[in-house]
Design a protein around this ligand. Sequence first.
Ligand SMILES: *Cc1c(COP(=O)(O)O)cnc(C)c1O
Length: 361
Amino acid sequence: MSRAFNFSAGPANLPTAVLAQAQSELLDWGGTGVSVMEMSHRSDAYTSIAHAAEQDLRDLLNIPDNYKVIFTQGGASLQFSAIPLNLLGKNRRADYLNTGIWSTKAIEEAQNYGNIHVVATGEDSHFTTVPAIDTWECRDNAAYFHYTPNETINGVEIMDIPSIGDVPLVADMSSTLLSRPIDVSRFGLIYAGAQKNIGPAGLTIIIIRDDLLDQCQDNIPSLLRYDRLAKADSMLNTPATYSWYLSGLVFKWLKEQGGLEQMREVNERKAKALYTAIDSSDFYANNIDVAYRSWMNIPFTLADTSLEKAFLQAAKKVGLMTLAGHRSVGGMRASIYNAMPEEGVHALVDFMREFEKEHTA
Ligand SMILES: *Cc1c(COP(=O)(O)O)cnc(C)c1O
C-alpha cells in the first residue's frame, strides 16, 4: 500500500492513523458485531460515539458551557441560508465582510432572507488582501456580523478575530477550524463543513451561543432550526452517523498529537516552509498580501503558465496529488490541513525546486 500526499482542498486528506483505526473496526465496532455504519443512531453504542466526539471537540476548542454544538448536514453552503433564517427573526439586518469567493456566496444567499449590508469588500484587489478594519462600515444595530476567516479558494486568512463591538460574530471556519486554538467565547456562531479540516464530507458542525437560539424567522424547515437541532442533540432525524464517528476519531487523534497548540506550531511551520520556497524563487509566485496569507490553502502560480500541465503531471508521478487551483482562479493550490504531515510539505518543496531546475535554462 502506498499513500500519496494529497493536497486536495476538500474532501481533503485524513490522518492515515485514523483511517487505519476505522478500517480495523469497520466490520465490528467494540464487540457489537456490527459496523458503525449499520448502527441505529439511537442505540447506546452510537450514542456513546456521538457524545464522545462532542466532548472531545469541546475539549480541543475549549468550548464554553453556554454554547451548543450541533452536528448536521447540508454542508457549509446550506448554512449560508440557515444562518439568516435562524438569526434574523427579530432584527432583519445583518452585516457581511466580503473577502473572497466563499464570502460572496454567503452574501448572495443571505440576501434572500434579510437586509444584508456589505461592510467592505476585497474585490478591487481581486481578493489578494483584506480591507483595513477601520474602513469597515459596520452597523451597530445589525443582528450579526458574518465573515470568512479563511478563504479556501483565494488563500486569504484573517489571523486576528476582529473587534467590532457588541454585534455577534458569525464565522465560516470550514477550512480553518481546528488548525489552531481560537477563543470561542468571542463568537456568536461558528460553522464548518467537515470535509476540509475535520473529517469526511456529509457532516456540518455548528457552535452557537445559546442566547442566539431564539431569533428564528417564522416557518423555516425544522431541520434548519438550531433550537430544535440543539434540543434533540442533533438527532432530530438520522444524522450523518459515519462522518460523525470518523470526525470523532480525528478529534481523538488531535488530542494525541498534543491538541491545537501543537497543531498551531506544526501548521505555522508547514505554511512557512512553502511560502519561503515560493518567495525565494522567480519561477513561482503567491500574490496574497503577506499579512493575510492562509496557513491552510496556499495558491501559487508558475511564471510560465504553459508549464502548468507538466507541473501537475510530474507532481502526480511522485505521489503529490491534487495541486491544481480552483477552477475559478486557475494556477496551483496546495491545501495543507492538519492531516498533511510536514514531510508532505517538504516533499512538495523538494519537487518544486527540482521542477524549477529542470525547466530553467
Ligand atoms: C468548502 C467551503 C464551503 C462550502 O462547503 P460545502 O460543505 O461544500 O457546502 C463554504 N465555505 C468555505 C470557507 C469552504 O471552504
